[in-house]
Design a protein around this ligand. Structure first.
Ligand SMILES: Nc1ccn([C@@H]2O[C@H](COP(=O)(O)OP(=O)(O)OP(=O)(O)O)[C@@H](O)[C@H]2O)c(=O)n1
Ligand SMILES: C[C@](O)(CO)[C@H](O)COP(=O)(O)O
Length: 233
């Protein structure tokens, strides 16, 4: 039986609106390196991939200045309006090289602190699984649902038992992930991660516990925290 290949997709076509920075957040620097370069090097230096596809914004003017742009292992494609569109564009850009049973790991460009041990655990746990799964962290805080007003008040406390925070990478079979994202798009079913598309497609992805320091750089305060975490890794 043909051994499945392993592909990496890094959606990096966002504009980082919540970061309120002068450039898309994946091009902010930590220790003088672009966040995107840090993320890609942590992934590619830790795991053997058969190829890597990075989705870029059509207006991207920074990619040409990255270390990654000179890396022969990495190809690029144009991303889309939503993260899911950017992931689907990367899957379609790999269509000539990938087979349905190949593994695809999808990781946010904005998560530079991902730890090699988490990558190894995800790949090992899911190696023989027919669908795949994702890194996730059990919720440890008490959760409140707020009212939508300018001064939000507690509407209810949400039972946190069994709740997890989805992280990335998320790892699924190439064919199934492509079909699931296409189906969610046709049905205009909003998905904010790959697992949501598989769930909509009737599958139950595996939750693989990951480190809580695998943060997504989203708002200004996250940049200093990511810098601290990277200084210790
Ligand atoms: N149309 C999009 C939107 C997001 N992303 C990528 O998906 C990852 C996670 O998305 P998010 O944190 O929401 O990034 P942004 O969309 O850039 O942030 P914001 O929502 O604040 O604009 C990021 O690496 C981002 O570059 C993408 O490739 N294509
Ligand atoms: C994929 C993800 O990072 C899992 O938590 C998250 O859904 C991305 O959401 P965003 O709004 O695109 O940042």
């Amino acid at each position: 039986m043909k051994h499945p290949k392993r592909w990496l997709i890094v959606p990096a076509a966002g504009i980082g609106r919540r970061m309120q920075a002068e450039c898309p957040k994946q091009y902010l620097r930590i220790q003088s390196r672009f966040i995107l370069d840090i993320t890609l090097s942590r992934l590619l230096d830790s795991v053997a991939f058969d190829g890597c596809m990075v989705s870029l914004n059509p207006s991207d003017q920074w990619w040409v200045s990255t270390e990654a742009s000179a890396d022969e292992r990495i190809s690029t494609c144009l991303g889309g309006h939503e993260r899911s569109d950017s992931v689907l564009a990367a899957l379609q850009a790999l269509s000539e090289r990938a087979s349905p049973d190949d593994w695809v790991l999808v990781h946010d460009a904005a998560r530079p602190c991902v730890h090699p041990a988490d990558l190894e655990r995800l790949i090992t746990v899911l190696a023989d699984h027919p669908v795949g799964g994702l890194l996730a962290a059990p919720v440890s805080d008490t959760l409140k649902r707020g009212t939508g007003s300018d001064v939000p008040e507690v509407a209810e406390t949400v039972d946190r038992r069994g709740l997890w925070r989805a992280l990335t990478p998320q790892m699924f079979r190439y064919g199934l992930l492509t079909e699931a994202l296409q189906s969610a798009g046709r049905e205009q079913h909003p998905v904010t991660d790959e697992s949501s598309a598989l769930e909509f497609f009737g599958k139950m992805p595996v939750l693989v516990e990951g480190r809580t320091d695998n943060i997504k750089v989203t708002v200004p305060a996250d940049l200093e925290l990511a810098g601290f975490l990277l200084s210790r890794s």
